[in-house]
Write a protein that binds this ligand. Structure first.
Ligand SMILES: Nc1ncnc2c1ncn2[C@@H]1O[C@H](COP(=O)(O)OP(=O)(O)OP(=O)(O)O)[C@@H](O)[C@H]1O
Ligand SMILES: [Mg+2]
Length: 273
């Protein structure tokens, strides 16, 4: 199983700094180090958790991985190839292989597009299939994400769906191109616990069915425990600990990880299992 241990994504010495505009009151240099020398490898087929409190740099890492932003320093590799300065066709290709699911299903879907238009868009942009094949693919993907029967959702609009259903549409849009790697940024934090569990089960099934690799971003260690094979703990832009989920939860080494485990209420999440 050599393939299992191949890194699909690697971050090498990633630094991301922001320089917000100085206000009248701020003196000197106004610099935020959102990520401070990140070195990580994500293995093919795993669900890798990135856990940390608000402002620790989680979304920033996700945005760098899908190339919504560029790092200040360092290199990101997809299947051993640097992706830092991709342009044209190569960038287009990267965008079809790496996708992101965002936290807020109310904001991440365009309210003016029907569900089918939302999921068709990536197929159109990447010129995949005929009109008939695209329609079939959309219906099939709707059913994959549990919106059954798919044709009943085809012409609906986001406002006609619940939050959980919207997030399923966002997941459908992210997987319709069958990407290799998906960043899911707090995909359930706006939803009820029962809906969150259904979506975790869905992500687990998709991972298996398509052998997709996921980066699951969360502030909730219990959610990461439920879903992830390995976990990295991030604190103020630094990865303080990376290990298997069992080790992180059962045998945390870093004081910050220990603190996270202590402070998370309802951590054992018995109703999840
Ligand atoms: N475009 C930006 N300009 C300036 N600062 C930014 C920008 N984006 C993020 N930051 C800062 O970078 C740091 C990390 O932000 P980030 O959004 O990655 O945190 P997070 O871990 O996702 O937090 P949350 O759990 O609240 O979503 C924060 O201090 C944030 O204010
Ligand atoms: Mg965030």
């Amino acid at each position: 199983m050599a393939e299992k241990h191949t890194h699909i994504i690697e971050l090498k010495g990633i630094i991301k700094e922001y320089h917000p505009q100085k206000s009248f009151f701020s003196k000197g240099e106004n610099k935020i180090v959102a990520l401070n020398n990140i070195n990580l490898g994500i293995k093919k087929g795993e669900i890798f958790g990135l856990v940390g409190q608000s402002g620790s740099g989680k979304t920033t890492m996700g945005r760098l991985l899908v190339k919504l932003e560029e790092p200040t320093k360092g290199t990101i590799l997809l299947n051993k190839r640097p992706v830092t300065h991709l342009a044209g066709k190569a960038l287009n290709n990267y965008r079809s292989r790496v996708q992101m699911i965002f936290q807020d299903p109310y904001q991440s879907l365009n309210p003016h597009l029907s569900i089918s238009e939302t999921i068709l868009e990536p197929l159109k942009v990447h010129k995949i299939g005929t009109i008939v094949q695209r329609r079939e693919k959309v219906i099939h993907t709707l059913e994959t994400v549990g919106l059954l029967p798919g044709k009943d959702y085809y012409n609906r609009y986001p406002h006609q769906l619940s939050g959980g259903q919207r997030q399923r549409v966002a997941i459908a849009r992210a997987i319709v191109l069958e990407p290799e790697f998906v960043v899911a940024d707090e995909p359930t934090s706006m939803l009820d616990a029962t809906i969150a569990i259904q979506l975790f089960k869905l992500l687990t099934r998709i991972r298996k069915e398509f052998n997709m690799t996921f980066l699951f971003i969360t502030h909730n260690l219990a959610a990461a425990k439920y879903l992830c094979d390995r976990i990295a703990v991030i604190h103020e832009g630094n990865i303080v600990e990376v290990d298997s989920t069992n080790e992180i939860i059962g045998n945390p080494q870093h004081p910050y990880t220990k603190k996270l485990i202590q402070v998370q209420p309802g951590f054992h999440f018995n109703h999840l299992s």
